[in-house]
Design a protein around this ligand. Sequence first.
Ligand code: FES
Length: 114
Amino acid sequence: MTCTFKYKNKKGEVVVAEVTATTAGLSLLDEAESVGLVPAYGCRAGSCGACRVTVNEGLELLGPRGIVEEDTWLRCQDPPEVRLACRAELLPNAHGTVAFERAPDVTVEFDDER
Ligand code: FES
């Protein structure tokens, strides 16, 4: 598994990081943090919506929504390309680029300048 993360932070800067290995069960948020990216988050449990990201590229490299993510996605009335970074997981054999940024209406303040 080799993926390139392209994370657009709140300043509009695109930060690139390589993910060369993954551990089953790690979320997109966990994976991003492991390579030095700092996406916004809140509960880390799938309920607050603070970690909602728009996936601009590589949506097919993520597994399907689980029940918790599906419930929050429906409640927030998000488009299909919005995922919860704390719940979405890379597919085991993912290979490619995942480009993402915080969803437009996420207003949580967090130091995501990296
Ligand atoms: S951090 Fe709360 S839903 Fe992801």
